[in-house]
Design a protein around this ligand. Structure first.
Ligand SMILES: *[C@@H]1O[C@H](CO)[C@@H](O)[C@H](O)[C@H]1NC(C)=O
Ligand SMILES: *[C@@H]1O[C@H](CO)[C@@H](O)[C@H](O)[C@H]1NC(C)=O
Ligand SMILES: *[C@@H]1O[C@H](CO)[C@@H](O)[C@H](O)[C@H]1NC(C)=O
Length: 242
């Protein structure tokens, strides 16, 4: 009986289906297989991409998490949350960082000022980074250097830990600053960098001090008594000392 039913059903199929149907069915199966294949491939790709997407999600979360509720609204343009490439800011990722640059000329007290800034645990002023000629060859190399400094990826003895709250450096006016001043001002405006202009009021004293400094450089006094530096309170108070 069972065989008869089978035969009967086979017979009905053969009878009912039109002649072109096997090709049509095959096409449907092929299309179905292709769709399945594409779907499986896309699932695989998604899985391999999982690492990067989760990173992106983390960044998003970080960004949202760092909404500076505690920071005064007027300070928002100056509070930054850099993400260094060379290390992680860890628990301080949400501490705002301020960017600054000290513009000055030689013998204006900028060294003293920088030492003062660096004496704070959370402040790092990286010195005259543009004294090296390669870094000020052209605008591109200047801006790349600035990017690294403000992304906290610049390492000098002044660099602090991941909890830096202010980062900057000293830029002498004769170290490639004036040549590209327009681009630099625009960069500082875009990135919210504060500029400290350190100016020695008595220009004559500055010039005499420059001469004394060059004397010291060539004389190379080993006993530590420099013409361009004072060594005692009396010398500091003496208006004729440079
Ligand atoms: C800028 O200077 C750097 C070297 O400091 C050099 O590699 C680069 O090619 C220069 N770019 C242009 C546009 O001159
Ligand atoms: C300053 O640094 C210390 C650790 O070095 C950190 O605990 C503190 O939160 C930092 N302060 C600011 C304002 O970032
Ligand atoms: C330091 O050395 C210079 C010459 O080398 C000398 O004129 C000067 O008196 C010395 N100063 C002290 C404090 O020894």
């Amino acid at each position: 009986m069972a065989e008869a039913i089978c035969l009967f059903t086979k017979g009905t199929i053969i009878i009912k289906s039109p002649k072109k149907s096997p090709v049509f069915l095959r096409m449907i199966v092929l299309v179905f297989a292709m769709v399945c294949g594409v779907y499986i491939c896309s699932v695989c790709l998604n899985q391999t991409n999982f690492g990067t997407t989760s990173k992106l999600l983390n960044v998003e979360i970080n960004k949202r998490h760092c909404c500076d509720y505690e920071v005064d609204r007027s300070q928002t343009p100056y509070a930054h949350y850099p993400k260094p490439e060379t290390f992680s800011r860890a628990e301080c990722a949400c501490n705002p960082v301020r960017y600054f640059a000290t513009f000055s000329m030689q013998r204006s007290g900028s060294g003293w000022f920088e030492t003062l800034l660096n004496s704070h645990t959370n402040v790092s002023s990286n010195g005259e980074i543009f004294s090296v000629k390669e870094r000020r060859n052209n605008v591109t190399s200047k801006l790349t250097t600035l990017d690294r400094v403000y992304n906290l990826d610049w390492f000098t003895s002044a660099s602090k830990n991941q909890c830096s709250a202010a980062v900057g450096f000293k830029w002498m006016l004769n170290q490639g600053l004036m040549e590209n001043h327009k681009e630099i001002v625009q960069y500082f405006d875009n990135r919210g960098v504060s500029v400290i202009f350190l100016f020695r009021r008595n220009l004559l004293r500055r010039m005499v001090s420059v001469l004394a400094n060059s004397f010291d450089r060539y004389a190379k006094l080993l006993n530590g008594t420099h013409k361009s530096h004072v060594h005692s309170l009396e010398e500091a108070d003496n208006p004729f000392k440079i």
